[in-house]
Design a protein around this ligand. Structure first.
Ligand SMILES: [Zn+2]
Ligand SMILES: [Zn+2]
Length: 348
């Protein structure tokens, strides 16, 4: 075991504090990563605050991790000391179920091991990336390709793959009219990725404050969702819409925007259930779907895609000072970030 510095939650309500956590010894198939950067995801806040269910404290969150390999176990073949690597939302899975066999470890039927707030193989609770170092099984460590800027790459490991996976699954590409609802950490990646895939992209957001950004990210069109006339004019004009908003939205408004056979995919998760009238789907054979992150192989593919197309998240770098992270969390909750905070964990 080794003790490492971290910033974490000690209960559901108090601000995050500097603390120390234990990392397991490097096993034969493990990689020790000296963490350089950790992205701040809204899920970190929901989890630490107990909003998605009771958790054990202290809890260190963070599942957008980039760093250098500092040590490898005796049986490790995929990574070498000094490699630039990443860890995303899941850190292990059963590897045996039908979904793991397909490479869809994000949908492991036996429940995968999340990078934080999950029961690890040794019975301890996993602790995430707001820390100096992490020990991860080599199969769940991603290679960061040449050409990606390490300081901006961390958000690809959750926000990036959460949009890449559904865009690929529903075949976003030339000739497809894709809408991305919400221009936050997830949505801005959706616009960049869908545009790079060749789709005709519309960014949908409240008001016009983010219009110029959306067009700069590659959207051809911008739709102000508070403009009732513009929304009415856009009925039936989308093949695929991905809703990244984790607050409750009027879902029928977005179903109306779909053409026949169109699909609305939810990647944002409000705590309250949605209510959907059957006729909102029946009349035009529409689908309402959901999607979460992506499997390890698909995350690697997404990283290569981003390197090839020069795609980086828009990031704001902060130090690992607990007060600074607390202030950043407040800004995430206030939707006052363009577009993802990254913690420089070398400042711990
Ligand atoms: Zn996340
Ligand atoms: Zn499995």
């Amino acid at each position: 075991m080794r003790t490492v510095k971290a910033v974490g939650a000690v209960n559901a309500s108090d601000p995050l504090v500097a603390l120390e956590i234990e990392r397991r010894d490097v096993g034969p198939n493990d990689v020790l990563i000296d963490i350089d950067y950790a992205g701040i995801c809204h899920s970190d806040i929901h989890t630490a605050r107990g909003e998605w269910g009771a958790i054990a404290y202290p809890q260190v969150v963070g599942h957008e991790i980039v760093g250098r390999v500092a040590e490898v176990g005796s049986a490790v073949t995929k990574h070498q000391v000094g490699d630039l690597v990443g860890v995303g939302c899941q850190s292990n899975s059963c590897r045996e179920c039908a979904q793991c066999q397909l490479g869809h470890d994000q949908y492991c039927l036996n429940g995968n091991t999340q990078t934080y707030d999950s029961v690890d193989a040794d019975g301890t609770i996993t602790q995430g990336g707001y820390s100096e170092m992490i020990v991860t099984n080599e199969d769940f460590v991603l290679r960061i390709p040449e050409g990606l800027d390490a300081a901006k790459t961390a958000p690809l490991l959750c926000a990036g793959i959460t949009l890449y996976s559904p865009l690929r699954h529903w075949n976003a590409g030339p000739g497809m009219r894709v809408g991305i609802v919400g221009l936050g950490g997830l949505g801005h990646m959706g616009v960049k990725l869908a545009a790079a895939m060749g789709a005709e992209v519309t960014a949908l957001s409240r008001g016009t404050a983010k219009r110029d950004d959306a067009l700069a990210f590659g959207a051809q069109h911008y739709l102000d969702t508070t403009d009732a006339a513009a929304m009415r004019a856009a009925w039936g004009t989308f093949d695929l819409i991905i809703n990244t908003v984790s607050a409750q939205v009027k879902i029928t408004d977005y179903l109306r925007l779909l053409d026949v056979d169109g699909t609305l995919v939810l990647v944002g998760a409000p705590p309250e259930p949605y209510s959907v009238p059957a006729f909102a789907l029946i009349g035009s054979r529409k689908s309402l779907a959901g999607s979460t992150t992506g499997g390890i192989a698909e995350i690697q593919e997404m990283l290569e895609f981003c390197a090839e197309h020069g795609i980086h998240p828009e990031t704001e770098l902060i130090t690992a000072d607990a007060d600074e992270i607390n202030a950043a969390w407040q800004r995430v909750m206030d939707a006052d970030v363009r577009y993802r905070f990254v913690i420089d964990t070398n400042t711990l």
